[in-house]
Design a protein around this ligand. Structure first.
Ligand code: SAM
Length: 244
């Protein structure tokens, strides 16, 4: 199996298992299962259907794509990570076009990552320019501190996760005073879909619904400063700069 091309990004590259070309795991086989393994196909079918975003959340797949591109551009060729990347529904195209920089995409679900790998491979694309695909828990990533100039998190912060721990981990990864977190999160805005958020929360699909201000407070953790925040429908698009 291919060795890691960027061992310097990892705290201990010897702990990382190669699973298939370009795909690595920081988790033991016994702790491999994840909630999204079962949901991967349905997630891609529903969330990959553009009207879903417009009708239910009042935003658009194109908006996620633009936001992701601004996150990658902010890295300026320095290390860039997408955390909770899922199957790369909104970012695969961007990675297929990117030609420079070290990029790592990571998720807790191997089934989502298998789909991500397929998306990246389904188009002619220079293998050496493809992102490293890492199976890992965002609460405790096997990556060195203060190395990333930009981290992207699309739609992770509204699922049932330990939000505070994941934000703390982002703060650890980012370059102090320079690095930026680009994150989206569903928030209550008075639209009819607030009720859908509460329903999905009770069903265990979403974390506790937050207002915009609660989401911003959560996203800064104990290290960040809000650089920008846009709300479209129920979705916040937030840039947090490392302030330490
Ligand atoms: C709502 S999906 C978003 C996927 C992708 N970012 C997108 O916008 O389509 C949430 C993703 O977070 C991943 N996830 C959940 N808990 C996680 C954790 N603790 N660490 C890393 N990824 C996690 C899930 O496996 C899933 O792929």
């Amino acid at each position: 199996m291919e060795p890691l091309t960027t061992p310097h990004l990892f705290r201990d590259a010897r702990q990382i298992r190669a699973l298939s070309p370009g795909v690595y795991s920081a988790l033991r086989e016994s702790e491999s299962a994840a909630a999204y393994d079962r949901k991967a196909a349905i997630y891609d079918a529903v969330v990959g259907w553009p009207p879903y975003h417009r009708i239910v959340w009042g935003t658009s797949a194109a908006r996620y794509g633009e936001f992701a591109r601004s996150a990658l551009a902010a890295a300026g060729g320095d290390p860039f990570a997408e955390i909770g990347c899922g199957s790369l529904l909104f970012t695969a195209e961007m990675y297929r076009e990117a030609r420079t920089g070290t990029t790592l995409v990571s998720d807790r679900s191997l089934e989502m990552l298998r789909r991500a790998a397929k998306r990246l491979a389904s188009h002619a694309h220079d293998r050496s320019a493809r992102p490293i695909i890492l199976h890992a828990d965002a609460v405790s990533l096997p990556l060195v501190s203060s190395m990333f100039s930009s981290v992207l998190m699309l739609n992770l912060l509204h699922v049932p996760i330990d939000r505070a721990a994941i934000i703390a981990e982002c703060g650890r990864l980012l370059i102090p005073r320079e690095g930026r977190l680009f994150a989206t999160c569903l928030v209550k805005t008075g639209r009819w879909s607030d009720a859908a958020m509460h329903f999905l929360h009770r069903a265990g699909e979403l974390g506790a619904p937050l207002t915009r201000d609660e989401a911003l407070g959560m996203m800064i953790g104990d290290w960040g400063l809000i650089e920008s925040c846009e709300v479209e429908g129920n979705m916040t698009f937030v840039v947090v700069r490392h302030g330490d």
